[in-house]
Design a protein around this ligand. Sequence first.
Ligand code: ZN
Length: 272
Amino acid sequence: MYSLDETLQQRLRERARLAGMDEEAMLASLLNEALSKESQGHSLYISAPVNALVEGLYREDTTIADILQQGDFGIGTFNDLDGEMVVCDGVVYQLRADGQAYAVSPDTRTPFACVTFFTPYSEEEIQGPLDYPELLALFDRMLPSHNMLYAIRVTGEFDYVRTRSVPRQEAYRPLVEVAREQPEFEFAQVKGTLVGFWTPQFMESVAVPGYHLHFITADKQHGGHLLNCRPRRVRIAIQHIPQLQLGLPMTLDYLTADLTRDTHDDLQEAEH
Ligand code: ZN
């Protein structure tokens, strides 16, 4: 029906081999991905309002397969709050409380994830070193307006990175309590990537406001929710996102939860 040139055929064979799929299935999956990217028109997909997570709703029905339909880049967590999520180049990593990264099966579920198809409009090389406040100030200068959503990726060498990863939880324990006892990890002279978003303050019931970044090492073995870092030599890539698509879960817990409380203080403490 169609014929591909030799180079494309080779690349397709290689991708299929890596994914353990036959070529036809790989081709169908790539086409589907390309076409859904097109129709997404750069929106940020958030699988559930973060308010629900703050109130201890740690189980929803959204699968990792669902998430990957909505984006190839982003962050989140897993059901039972079992670690921090990083989605990078269409691969999902689970950074558990033991400090290790795990591969994630498509039927794994998430109570909260934010993803987009990453197509940066602005890139900058930084010959550091920068401390964390200086990095955030640099982001601030790169964002044309703080009333928009942005995806942010920072790749390169860091003198120092400090992260944390949430330990697996029983449902209904308020997030702010859980956050007080999460293990932290420090990395020195490490290569890796920060993945995350800027969310305007007025969206704080929907997503974590301000800069929310997760870190994964270049060897994809370690990382977590970013607490502090000092980049040395990095490339910063930023994409502005003019649309938000918000999932509202259909679980009984979600449908019957009281989400009227002001969760501002809890979220500030839990996420920063
Ligand atoms: Zn986080």
